[in-house]
Structures are given as C-alpha cells and as structure tokens.
Design a protein around this ligand. Structure first.
Ligand code: 0WD
Length: 255
C-alpha cells in the first residue's frame, strides 16, 4: 500500500546517508515503491550496498554518467530486472571542480565548464534517452536543482549556469515525453549539508543565511525533499509536468 505501491524506480546519485537521493529513496520505499540503485565507482559501491539493503532495494551496477556505456548497461540491467518496465527515474547527480565553486564566475575554465555541464545537465538528458525505452505510461523523471539557477548566488558560479540549463531541459524533455504520458519534473531544494555541498565556498554561511531569511526560518531536510519527491513521482501529481517545485523553506520568495 501507499501512493507508490506497485511502482518501480531507478535512483541515481546515492553517495552516502546524507545524500538527497537517499532521502528520496527512503520516502519512495516508505510509500510502497520497489527500488534499484546505481553507484559511481567501487568506493561508493561499499556505501550504497548496505543502504540498498535497508530498503530491500536492488543494486544494478556502476554508472558514471561521463561513460555512455555505463548508462546503457544500468538501464539494460533495469530492463532485465523489471521486465514489465519502470515507473520512475530519480537523477541526483552534479559535479564541478571545487576550485571553481568559489570566487568569481568569470574565471571558469573551458574544461570545467564542459565537465560541469556534462555531468550536471546533459546527464539528465542522457538518462532520459535510455529510460524512455523502459518507462511505462504514467511514469516520470525527476531531477534536483537549486535556486542558483534563477538568481546569482555567491560561489555557485558554473553550477548555477548548469542548473539553469538543467531546468530548461526539464521543460524540453517534458514536451518530448508528454505524448507518451511520461512526466518530467524537478525539485529546487534549499541548501543541505551533503558531500557535494561541502565543495561550495562559504556553504555554512549560506545555510545560516537561509535559517535567518527563509519564511520558515530554517533549512530543509533530505526527508522533506524525499516526501515531495514521492508526491511528484506518484499519481497524485499526474497532472504536473515540466514543473520546478521549490522545497526550500520558502527562501525563493525572499532572495
Ligand atoms: O544543498 C544541496 N545539497 C543541494 C543539492 C541543493 C539543491 C540541489 N542539490 C542537488 C545537487 O546539485 C545534485 O544534483 O541535489 C543533487 C544531489 O546532490 P547531494 O545529495 O547534495 O550530494 P551527494 O550526496 O554528494 O550526491 C551527488 C552525487 C555524487 O556524489 P559525490 O559527492 O561523490 O560527487 O552525484 C554523483 C555522485 O554519486 N555523481 C556522479 N554519478 C555518476 N557519474 C557523477 C558521475 N560522473 N559525478 C557525481
């Protein structure tokens, strides 16, 4: 039972128990979904396997989104594991060289610009291409974005540009997949202390700033992002696509 009962999904981007992907996985499972995780490299495999076990989730293999063959491989595996198809894919992946997540955007190198856009933006489209073949009607794709896509934020730099492109791709993918009754949405999460976030300059200050200024006067948790994700993945959101939903304690109405 639950709003995701009978639904099957693939979750990319669990790195540890602080990951937003983990918060989403926990909620999706609690609402009845059957899950499959990918991991990036052997170091993360050891972290992901025990977490998967906690949720009776499958681990379908290594996926580094800069390696197209590894994306093919995990979606082929998902197709074998779930021969009737899947109902959702959750993409919680981003990367930029830490040295460029501080100071001025203008200093961004071509190499890091390309890598950041490839991993943080194009990968969602690359995943959508593979997922389309096994997604059932009524299914959906979900990605994670940040307010730095909409407004200048200190230190977010090339990541803000990548997230703006990611949000645009949510709209284009929604239009492409809508006729198949597949929805594409994003959650714009407030700042949360995760591994990826620790690479952003002055991150503790950004958390404090949100605590002082967000309407709810606090930051959000991975559980709160998870619950909203469960809703977006469920039939309760059957009429929503191309949407960017803020789960940020209301900060976007202020900043
Ligand atoms: O404040 C935050 N933490 C926010 C995060 C606010 C709003 C949005 N987000 C976004 C991030 O930009 C990202 O898209 O949420 C998503 C998930 O990030 P997270 O939960 O904050 O961070 P983390 O737990 O570190 O997961 C990101 C993971 C990677 O972890 P590390 O830290 O090892 O880079 O993305 C994965 C990896 O598991 N990842 C990749 N996966 C496959 N191929 C790759 C890659 N090339 N690069 C990174």
């Amino acid at each position: 039972h639950g709003i995701l009962a009978g639904k099957r999904g693939v979750i990319l981007g669990v790195a540890n128990n602080r990951s937003i992907a983990w918060g989403i996985a926990r909620s999706a499972r609690a609402h009845g979904a059957e899950l499959a995780f990918t991991y990036q490299g052997d170091a993360l495999r050891k972290r992901v396997e025990p977490l998967a076990k906690e949720l009776d989730a499958h681990v379908i293999g290594h996926c580094d989104v800069t390696d197209a063959a590894s994306i093919d491989a995990v979606f082929e595996e998902a197709g074998r594991l779930f021969p009737e198809g899947i109902d959702f894919v959750v993409h919680c992946i981003a990367f930029s060289d830490k040295d460029e997540l501080t100071g001025r955007y203008i200093e961004t190198s071509e190499e890091n610009f390309s890598k950041s856009l490839l991993i943080s933006c194009y990968s969602f489209t690359a995943v959508a291409q593979r997922a389309e073949k096994i997604l059932r009607p009524g299914g959906s794709l979900l990605t994670l974005t940040y307010y730095g896509a909409e407004k200048w934020m200190p230190h977010y730099n090339v990541m803000g540009v990548a997230k703006a492109a990611l949000e645009a791709s949510v709209r284009y993918l929604a239009a492409d997949l809508g006729p198949k009754n597949i929805r594409v949405n994003a959650i714009s999460a407030g700042p949360i202390k995760t591994l990826a976030a620790s690479g952003i300059g002055d991150f503790r200050y950004i958390l404090k700033w949100n605590e002082y200024n967000a309407p709810l006067r606090r930051t959000v948790t991975i559980s709160e992002v998870g619950e909203t994700a469960a809703y977006l993945l469920s039939d309760m959101a059957a009429g929503m696509t191309g949407e960017i939903l803020h789960v940020d304690a209301g900060y976007h109405v202020v900043g």
